[in-house]
Design a protein. Structure first.
Length: 716
């Protein structure tokens, strides 16, 4: 190695590849209909990351194993953690203040996973990456790729150390064999595991590592500079790096004759690639066509092609004038900031802007502008800090994130110290809509009065409130699905079953408290947004649950069953030219399904009657409106969404007539309908809501209907 050579410069072409990768990722996220294959940009990031990891490890390979691992982690975590933690913190602050209330609870959980780098954890079908992109409710969906990368960080030093113990001539085979095992795991796993698991992605990182190893052989023996780092801060070598270079030089001089012959062979093959400029441009054009192609291509085909193609491009692109363009190099520089920042902004647009295309362009431009500002200020600042200073910064940001994510739980714990509630809603008589009680004064920055605060908390904690402590869930990841209640009285007489959509889980605690003493067993079945009595078509997502309800009732053969469901599709209008139930396909399906149910129910099927729904995004205005003097009737009309409930009620009532005396209605309408004003009231005089934005009863609403269930259960 020629130590007199000038300090090599940064590989601009690799920054150009990084720039194209982030551009297609942005295209996929903001305009998926036009760039459906843009997700492959993340695969390109993995190859680039593998290259960088190998470079850092190769520089320190003559250090003791512990020093090698320490140097590697300190450099990578210094680069990633400060900005990553800052974006999580700022995203949570904006979530609490500007996002819809219904997005808070799920994102608190997602922020925890992102903070611990486990966003790629095993997921349910409802958490599939592409589904989450479509809904846009999770502002940390994109952190799955950082989780994969960080998890590989904990593997790669040991993969490298093991390779370093092998003769150099078989190290390539070692990496290739490990990559083949990873590919095999990917292709034999489920689609979700294959996409999210670090073990299914190892082969992509290893291709980047092989590119670096091949590149070192090429450059070291062709009189050219050694491949350099992708980021500015990595190009600033300190004294320790210089020592490592000297050690590398000595190591090269000690290569035996066999190694030299191997290097010459590699050099010959590499020079052909290196100077084949046409091949470099061909690869670049091919990758751009694939990743920006306007029609979706099967991932099993394009992922290997793009991954391997990116590796080959990195081997041959050093003199590619397109990739070395300064504009692309700068986009590559800001790509980390841009990747972290753009998705929360897109999610905000998705949740609040109702598909406005002009605001979507604004969101994209805002993402780019904020990424530039962040890169030029925060990134460049912390990268100049010492490792100790960065370590302190990381610890502070991590702690502040923990407090921010759990601020509501912390506050709930503080405000309930010394208080004992016998109900589910925490509402006491001295609470009001327009003043803060003494225990709130220290937190007045977060809450203006009791009703506003608890309405907010009930919305945030909705999913948490769907879990019943007494239920042994068949799936521990969700309150939906099936579970069996435990801790029942030995004096219970009946086999009871509750089933329906999310209202079943919404009622679970109440039902257990009021009816548990009458049951020797309670089986609970919940299918989110699915009605057990009607389904629009066999291709609809609820079809599996539609048949499962029949199967589980037939297997359980309950003495008594409770159909606890918020009406959805059964409120749809009559088809054209249909005016009677005997020709109404919706009702006929309901009747057929009901008859299947009662054939396996010994005594009685209780059915919760239909009542109007609410407009979710207007609920938050109720308490504030009462506080400001808005009339209750005006607020009642503002939040009501009565569509379809009257026809749903008519169908249920007809069902009673065709149920052979085995059905009984449970009607909440008298509890919420005001005969004097002819309106429905889903809040009390102090502004405490009975419904939340998820179309569930709040704990206060559950208490409102408790007496109905007390009466029903006492008469079983």
């Amino acid at each position: 190695m020629d130590l007199s050579k000038p300090k090599p410069v940064k590989r601009l072409d690799l920054q150009g590849i990084r720039a194209f990768a982030i551009i297609v990722v942005l295209g996929f996220h903001f305009y998926p209909e036009y760039c459906p294959n843009g997700y492959l940009g993340v695969d390109q990031f993995f190859v680039l990351s593998g290259f960088l990891m190998c470079m850092l490890l190769k520089r320190a390979e003559n250090q003791p194993a512990c020093s090698l691992v320490t140097i590697f982690y300190s450099k990578r975590f210094k680069r990633i953690l400060p900005l990553y933690l800052l974006v999580i913190l700022v995203s949570m602050i904006f979530l609490y203040n500007y996002f819809p209330e219904t997005a808070i609870e799920s994102n608190q959980s997602s922020a925890e996973h992102a903070l611990l780098f486990v966003s790629n954890r095993p997921k349910t079908d409802q958490e599939d990456y592409f589904l989450m992109l479509n809904t846009g409710i999770d502002i940390f969906t994109h952190t799955w790729s950082l989780s994969v990368e960080i998890q590989f960080y904990f593997l790669v030093p040991f993969i490298f150390l093991l390779a370093s113990k092998l003769p150099r001539k078989i190290q390539y085979g070692y990496y290739i064999l490990m990559g083949l095992f990873s590919i095999l795991f990917s292709f034999t796993s489920s689609e979700i595991v294959s996409f999210n698991s670090v073990f299914a992605r190892i082969w992509q990182f290893l291709i980047g590592m092989l590119v670096y190893l091949l590149g070192v052989s090429i450059t070291q023996h062709s009189g050219k500079a050694e491949y350099q780092v992708l980021k500015e801060e990595e190009g600033k070598k300190d004294i320790e790096d210089l020592k490592l270079l000297l050690e590398d030089a000595n190591d090269e001089l000690e290569d035996d004759e066999e190694e030299v012959e191997n290097v010459i062979s590699n050099e010959s093959a590499g020079v052909c690639l290196r100077f084949s400029g046409i091949f470099s441009y061909f690869l670049l054009c091919s990758l751009l066509v694939i990743t920006a192609f306007p029609f979706a291509i099967p991932a099993d085909v394009v992922r290997p092609a793009v991954t391997i193609g990116t590796g080959l491009l990195m081997l041959t692109s050093e003199d590619n004038w397109i990739l070395c363009n300064n504009i692309l190099a700068y986009i590559g520089d800001i790509s980390f900031s841009l990747y972290l920042i753009h998705w929360p902004i897109y999610a905000y647009w998705k949740l609040t802007c109702e598909g406005n295309e002009y605001l979507l362009i604004t969101a994209l431009l805002t993402s780019i502008a904020l990424a530039i500002i962040t890169f030029e200020t925060f990134e460049k600042w912390y990268l100049k800090l010492s490792s100790t200073s960065v370590g302190i910064l990381v610890v502070v940001l991590f702690f502040v994130n923990i407090v921010t994510i759990h601020k509501d739980d912390i506050y709930d714990h503080i405000r309930t110290i010394g208080r004992n509630y016998s109900n589910l809603d925490d509402v006491t008589e001295n609470m009001t809509v327009g003043r803060s009680t003494s225990e709130f004064k220290v937190f007045q920055f977060a809450v203006s009065d009791d009703a506003i605060y608890l309405n907010h908390r009930w919305g945030v904690n909705d999913n948490k409130n769907l879990y019943a402590p007494s239920c042994d869930y068949e799936s521990i990841k969700t309150p939906f699905g099936w579970c069996r209640h435990t801790g029942l009285s030995k004096r219970g007489k009946y086999r009871i079953m509750t089933f329906g959509n999310s209202w079943t889980a919404n009622h679970a605690k109440l039902f257990y408290q009021e009816c548990g003493y009458k049951a020797k067993s309670i089986l609970q079945g919940t299918a989110a947004a699915c009605e057990p009595l009607y389904i629009r078509s066999i291709t609809y997502k609820c079809w599996g649950n539609f048949t499962t309800f029949v199967t589980r009732i037939a297997e359980e053969k309950p003495d008594i069953a409770f159909h606890i469901t918020r009406h959805i599709a059964i409120g749809d209008g009559f088809p054209e030219n249909v005016t009677t139930f005997d020709k109404d396909p919706i009702y006929q399906m309901m009747k057929t399904q009901m008859l299947k149910f009662i054939a396996n129910i010994k005594y009685k099927l209780y059915i919760v009657h239909a009542i109007p729904s609410v407009s979710p995004f207007k609920l938050g205005k109720v308490a504030e409106g009462l506080k400001n003097g808005t009339s209750r009737v005006e607020l009642e009309k503002m939040i009501l969404s009565p569509h379809g409930f009257e026809l749903a009620r008519r169908r249920y009532e007809q069902l009673m007539k065709d149920c052979n005396g085995k059905c009984e209605m449970i009607d909440y309408l008298p509890e919420f309908y005001n005969n004097y004003t002819k309106t429905f009231r889903y809040f009390d005089d102090k502004g405490f809501l009975y419904w939340n934005g998820y179309q569930h009863f709040t704990p206060h609403g559950i208490e409102k209907i408790r007496h109905i269930w007390t009466d029903i259960c006492s008469k079983l």
